[in-house]
Ligand binder design. Structure first.
Ligand code: CP
Ligand code: NVA
Length: 308
């Protein structure tokens, strides 16, 4: 039976904070937790959650994961704590890390997360920023591994906005040797810094393709993944983006161009009939709810490594 290892780097701010070996270890641990082959007690350990944006899956899966480890969670709502009043992060982080054993933070700018990590004496986990969603990527690759076993033969096509979810899929995909293709409207490409970092990890330039044509990007794809066109914080761009993204809906036409065994993924929450059709979410090829469940198992594994 696998035991959690202490992670080399204490914080999980980016997918790149884990090595390939550490990701594989976390996915194995997560599988053991899921199969109920592993029971670890972190009684008295406390996870603090600081969420500047809404959340269903991340918040609840972290809470349940921590409770399954025997620990507890404190939900630090910025509006009822002094965080919302503008207390400096350097004060908040130093105080909270004297109470809590690990902090999971969802916020806008990656620099805010980095500031927490700078001042916290305990591990800080990225629960989503505008730049990355690395916990989501762990659950996503766990779901792909359950389906296809080996990462080497997977072609993952992401259709839509080059956002936080796309960025973490690119980085985690590069570490795991998965071919990643992104099809987005011109001007909505993933972060150029992320692309550059991923290209450095891959030993082959063809493993990461960025294009503006969903049809060509899904040929030979084993996984088709999409996310909302306007992320949290982009509410005022919704109308314009809805127009820009016409032709980028994941529908049956697109799926029929991929491999026969293609699976469909979406991190949720979804806008049915915008980035994905109702029919596709509910189809046999959809692994969207397995993916959501796996958030809990990978985060239990991640926490067990951070708390060891
Ligand atoms: N996928 C995801 O992070 O969902 P929530 O926004 O509900 O946490
Ligand atoms: N890209 C989306 C993901 C939500 C889980 C957002 O940031 O709103």
């Amino acid at each position: 039976m696998l035991r959690p290892n202490k992670l080399a780097k204490q914080n999980f701010l980016s997918s790149l904070d884990l090595s390939t070996k550490e990701i594989i270890h976390i996915l194995e641990l997560a599988k053991n937790f899921k199969n109920k082959d592993l029971n670890i007690d972190f009684k008295n350990k406390v996870l603090g959650l600081i969420f500047d944006k809404s959340s269903t899956r991340t918040r609840v899966s972290f809470q349940v994961a921590m409770s399954r480890l025997g620990g507890t969670t404190i939900d630090l709502n910025p509006t009822t704590s002094q965080i919302g009043r503008g207390e400096p992060i350097q004060d908040t982080a130093r105080v909270l890390s004297r109470y809590c054993d690990v902090l999971a933070i969802r916020t806008f700018n990656q620099s805010v997360l980095e500031e927490y990590a700078k001042w916290s004496s305990k591990p800080v986990v990225n629960a989503l920023t505008d730049l990355e969603h690395p916990c989501q990527a762990l659950a996503d690759f766990m779901t792909m591994k359950e389906e296809f076993i080996d990462f080497e033969n997977i072609v993952l096509t992401f259709i839509g906005d080059g956002n936080n979810v796309a960025n973490s899929l690119i980085l985690c995909g590069a570490l795991l040797g998965v071919e990643v293709r992104i099809a987005c409207p011109a001007g909505f490409e993933p972060s150029s810094v992320v692309i550059k970092k991923a290209r450095k990890i891959y030993d082959n330039d063809h493993m990461l393709k960025i294009c503006n044509d969903p049809a060509s990007a899904v040929i030979g794809a084993n996984v088709i993944y999409t996310d909302v066109w306007s992320s949290m914080g982009e509410e005022n761009q919704k109308e314009d983006k809805d127009k820009e993204f016409q032709g980028f809906t994941v529908d049956n036409n697109l799926i029929n161009m991929a491999t026969r065994d293609v699976i469909i993924m979406h991190c949720l929450p979804a806008y049915r009939s915008k980035e994905i059709t109702n029919e596709v979410i509910e189809s046999k090829k959809s692994r969207i709810f397995e993916q959501a469940e796996n958030r809990m198992h990978v985060q239990q594994a991640l926490l067990s490594c951070l708390l060891s």
